[in-house]
Design a protein around this ligand. Structure first.
Ligand code: GTR
Length: 400
């Protein structure tokens, strides 16, 4: 379990201390009308706007609407084993005064004659961490210091190669016929409270603007925007099946995967692993990490308006089941871990339960069972869920 010093912020781990709460109904619109299949697109827009205004911030427009040029260049490619190809692409986003580069790593099955379905996801410490392969570019961006990775000066080094290979399971994924596309999240916004002076934020500032407005995106919004840019690139890739590009993300990047899937309906499925507060877990349960904690320790993740709900979760016009509802009717998989109480596994499951009516309305299929399953007894459906044994992590079990 994550342990933080939280002198003033009460963290609850007792089910009996979960406050009573009423969830907003995704199938009743803002005027109080019951929603049916015909009115769902309107209600969906309402919910999306509520999340934009109160939680993640308004997503910036897509590049060509903003006079941002996007240039993608394949800088390296080759076989990375006898089973996979490696392609490294530098995507540059620029306007007249600012430019930001993102390094995309794509790995595809070598034997595949046709186009492959692809998992798209961001990584925490640079592409070099996802596989021990000397040809993979080591990120030159700011990275978080990490004792276990030997990073002390916010710069990644050779030692970090392959350090998160267990989270990506590339060989396993590729041998099952899928491709994988990943970018370091810090290429879109470094994960610290920098006042949004770097990453992609300055690309969208109006004249004299120096930081996002209270309803504009923080880091999670920037990362989600980046995932959509991965889609843009893959959509024109001859070896990728653009109708089967899905999202995968762990933890803060699991929150990001959900938000990216909600804002970009081109993604055909979403897998969110141990995403917790601000991800799959219901905010109103205040179990494990809560709104006040997350906004205090990670003030740069959400939009400024979200801070209004510190300790006032019941005032939120949305809760996280509605984020899952925004993915409907596309398949979504929420994964929890038994020892990851910080992310509130029960709250993650209850979001699925409360998103289920929207899936039922749209496609007659949601969760296969509304009771929380036992450890390692996955529920498979349009909404899938499992809780595995062990800690906060993304493992081979989760991929399987
Ligand atoms: C924790 C944070 C969580 C989760 C996690 C992670 O420190 O409190 O919300 O996102 O980090 O991303 O690993």
């Amino acid at each position: 379990m994550t342990s933080y010093k939280t002198p003033d912020i009460k963290i609850n781990y007792e089910e009996r201390e979960v406050p009573p709460y009423d969830l907003p109904d995704p199938l009743v619109d803002e005027k109080g009308n019951a929603v049916n299949q015909t009115s769902w697109p309107h209600r969906r827009r309402e919910i999306l706007q509520l999340f934009e205004t109160h939680v993640y911030g308004r997503m910036p427009k897509i590049p060509y609407e903003e006079n941002i040029t996007v240039n993608a260049e394949i800088v390296e490619e080759g076989p990375c084993s006898d089973w996979a190809t490696r392609q490294q692409v530098v995507i540059t986003f620029a306007n007249e005064t600012y430019r930001q580069k993102a390094h995309l790593l794509i790995s595809l099955p070598i034997t595949n004659q046709h186009s492959a379905p692809v998992f798209a996801g961001l990584n925490f410490f640079g592409n070099q961490t996802v596989l021990a392969d000397d040809k993979i570019h080591i990120t030159e961006q700011w990275v978080r210091n990490s004792h276990s990775l030997g990073i002390t000066n916010h710069r990644a080094n050779n030692q970090t190669r392959g350090t998160y290979a267990h989270r990506w399971q590339i060989e396993h994924v590729i041998k099952r016929g899928y491709g994988l596309a990943t970018i370091y999240c810090g290429d879109f916004d470094p994960d610290y409270d920098d006042g949004y002076k770097n990453g992609i934020h300055p690309l969208f500032y109006q004249e004299n603007q120096v930081s996002p407005k209270p309803n504009e995106i923080g880091a999670i919004g920037a990362w989600a925007w980046g995932l959509s840019r991965i889609f843009d690139y893959l959509a024109n890739h001859s070896k990728v099946d653009a109708s089967r590009i899905g999202l995968i993300g762990h933890s803060r990047l699991g929150k990001t995967a959900l938000w990216a899937g909600a804002t970009d309906e081109r993604f055909s499925f979403v897998i969110s692993n141990n995403s917790g507060c601000g991800g799959a877990a219901l905010s109103r349960r205040c179990f494990g990490e809560n709104t006040e904690f997350i906004n205090t320790h990670f003030p740069h993740w959400f939009c400024e308006n979200f801070r209004e709900y510190n300790n006032r979760e019941e005032m939120l016009p949305v809760d996280q089941h509605m984020l899952i509802a925004l993915l409907a009717p596309r398949p979504v998989y929420i994964a929890s871990a038994e020892e990851d109480l910080w992310a509130d596994p029960v709250g993650e499951f209850l979001s699925c339960v409360n998103a289920d009516p929207v899936y039922q309305l749209l496609c007659n299929q949601g969760l296969s069972n509304l009771d929380m399953p036992s450890i390692e007894s996955p529920l498979h459906g349009r909404i899938s869920y499992h809780i595995r044994s062990g800690k906060h992590d993304l493992s081979r079990y989760d991929w399987d």
